[in-house]
Design a protein. Structure first.
Length: 249
């Protein structure tokens, strides 16, 4: 995967400009992505499970399903900025894990100066159902800055649900460097559907026989991790699951 660029603690802890209600600084992290084939996946997974702990949310087989619904403007601002390589950008999504819709989050993914960050806010299934019906007013009554910001962009930018992204994730963690390694498999999307709660919905595979490897860390990437995730011939590259799934709209 090559040698990770070193940055100062100041850069890794860069504070994004926030509204007056968002007083907590946003921690920005490094994020490296690679597409690997099934054989590379098998070899890499065998190595990782000997060295690192699995994510505590994993099921008995070590994996869990992730279902996300991404929002974008009528002119696909988030998608276009991603494809154009715009450095300062953001996108919103709803997300839940497995089949448990009692724990839903609104997430705002942020990219600044080559680093990535995320803000989250909880939503109930009932609130999410209202949101998907176009009933947004409750967002202003929550007192949660991110939900209030989302309301303003639903109204001002015309954000609307665009596509479903679903995949099976296996994740490993390592304390030094706050490292998280994820392997996302069987990436699929709804065929134009935004039925966020319909787990029976047919999904179209978007990366057959490929896995997306992601490595996230704070100020530094420990040598043991750098060596463990080496895949000969693979270089870090942009790989947005949202952009991949939008190809099938």
């Amino acid at each position: 995967m090559g040698t990770a660029a070193t940055t100062t603690a100041t850069a890794a802890m860069e504070t994004v400009a926030m509204t007056t209600k968002e007083r907590q600084p946003l921690r920005l992290r490094h994020e490296r992505k690679h597409q690997i084939n099934l054989r590379e996946d098998m070899v890499l997974t065998g190595r990782l499970e000997k060295l690192f702990s699995r994510d505590r949310y994993a099921g008995k087989d070590g994996t869990y399903r992730v279902t996300s619904l991404y929002f974008d403007t009528p002119y696909d601002k988030a998608l276009r900025e991603k494809l154009d390589g715009t450095d300062n950008r953001e996108k919103f999504r709803l997300r839940y894990y497995g089949t448990d819709t009692s724990f839903i989050r609104l997430e705002k993914k942020i990219k600044r100066n080559g680093l990535c960050g995320k803000r989250t806010a909880p939503l109930t299934a009932g609130q999410t159902a209202c949101l998907l019906k176009g009933e947004y007013g409750f967002l202003l009554d929550t007192g949660i800055p991110l939900l209030e910001e989302f309301y303003s962009k639903l109204q001002g930018q015309g954000l609307r649900p665009k596509t479903l992204v679903c995949y099976d994730r296996e994740a490993f963690v390592y304390g030094p460097g706050n490292v998280r390694i994820t392997l996302d498999r069987n990436i699929r999307t709804g065929l134009g559907s935004v039925e966020f709660f319909d787990i029976r919905h047919f999904y179209l595979p978007v990366l057959p026989d490929m896995t997306v490897l992601e490595v996230k860390y704070d100020e530094f990437l420990p040598d043991i991790v750098r060596m463990a995730v080496q895949v000969p011939g693979r270089q870090a590259a942009a790989c947005s699951k949202y952009a991949l799934c939008r190809r099938f709209d």
